[in-house]
Design a protein around this ligand. Sequence first.
Ligand code: SF4
Ligand code: SF4
Length: 364
Amino acid sequence: MLSRDELRRLCVELQSAGIRFPDSMPGRAGGAGPADSRTVILNNHVLSVPACSWFVAESPFCAMPDGHGGLVLQCSGKPRGCLQVPAQPAFYRHQTAAGTAYQKLALLHGRDCLASTLYQDCSYRVSGDQCHFCGIGLSLSGGSTVLYKDPAELAEVARHAARTLQAGHVTLTCGCREDERSSSAHLAECVRMIKQRSGLPVHIQICPPESDGVLEALHAAGADTIGIHIETMNMDVLRRVAPAKSRCGLEHYRKAWQHAVELFGKNQVSSFLIAGLGESAESLIAGARSLCALGVFPYVLPLRPVPGTRLERERPPAPDFMIAVYRGVAAVLKDHGLSSKASKAGCVRCGACSSLSLFEDEGP
Ligand code: SF4
Ligand code: SF4
C-alpha cells in the first residue's frame, strides 16, 4: 500500500508520462473530455492518464497482467502497485427506444460521472479558429458519437445509469454555436429532462454567454454547477492557444463568472486552467488566486496533447512543475474556503483529469 505522499507523486508522474497498456486495451481518441485517455484506479484513487499520445511510448510506466485477471503497475520494470481498470459500464450495451446506442450519447468518466457533449462541434472549429488543445470534432468524425444529443434520449441514458447505480452525477459540455438562443434552449432542455428522469446532480459547461438570461435559464432548468472555462488567465498565452476565447476578453469572462456565482453559489462555478501551455507556475497560481477571489474553483490540470489536435506533438508538464502548481493552488483554495469535496457535480467533483484534490489535504 502506498503512503499518501507516494500516491500524490505517483499520480502526478502517471499523468505526465502516461501508461503503456497491453495492445488488447485501446484508449479513447478524440472528444472534448479526457480524450486519448484511460481511467485507472490506484489505492482507491481514480485518475485519467494518457494512453495513446506519442510520448506514452517513452513512458517508464506500463500495466502488466498479474496472471489473476488484474494488472500490476510497473515503472522501469519494477512493480509500483496494483492497478485496476474499471470494467466497461453495462449500459454501453443498451440502445434507446429510438435505436441510438447509449454509448454514442454518453460515456462514464472517472468513478461515476456520466458525461456527454450535447453538440459535438464548435463554431470556432468550423471557422478554423479552434482552441489548439481541443479535440471536439474528432470523435464525431470517428463515428463514435452523434452530433446532436436528443434531450429525451440522453435523459433515458441518465435514468438507466442512475437506477443501476453506475452514475452519481452528470457533466454536460458543448462547443460554442452561432445561434446562442437555440443552443441554450437545447442545453436547458437536456438539463431539465435529465434532472426529472434521473434525479442526478448536473454540471453544465458553456462559453461565456453573449445574451442576457442564459445563465438564469440553465439555473432555472436545475443545473447544479457550471463551468465557464477560460483555460488560462495569462492573456498572452490565451491569444496564442485559444484566439477565439481571447477575443471574448477577460472582462466578459469575469462578468459571466460573477453572475454565475450569484446564481449557483461559491464553489459551484469553475474554470479549467491548463498547465503546460507555456505559462510559469507563478502565473498559474496567480490566475487561480484571481478566480478564487470571485468564488470560482480553478480546476488546474496538466495539458493532455490529444492526437489530431494542433498541440498533439507537445508533452504534458514535468511532475515537479505540476507538484509546485498543485501545492500553490491548494494553498489558495484553502485561503478562500474552496474545496473540491464541496462541488455538487462535474469535473471538480470527478477530479480524474487532475491530481489537485490529492494536494488539498496535504499537511502544512
Ligand atoms: S470553445 Fe475551444 S475548447 Fe470549447 S469546444 Fe470550442 S474549440 Fe473546443
Ligand atoms: S474531470 Fe472527470 S468528468 Fe471532467 S473531463 Fe475529466 S474525467 Fe471527465
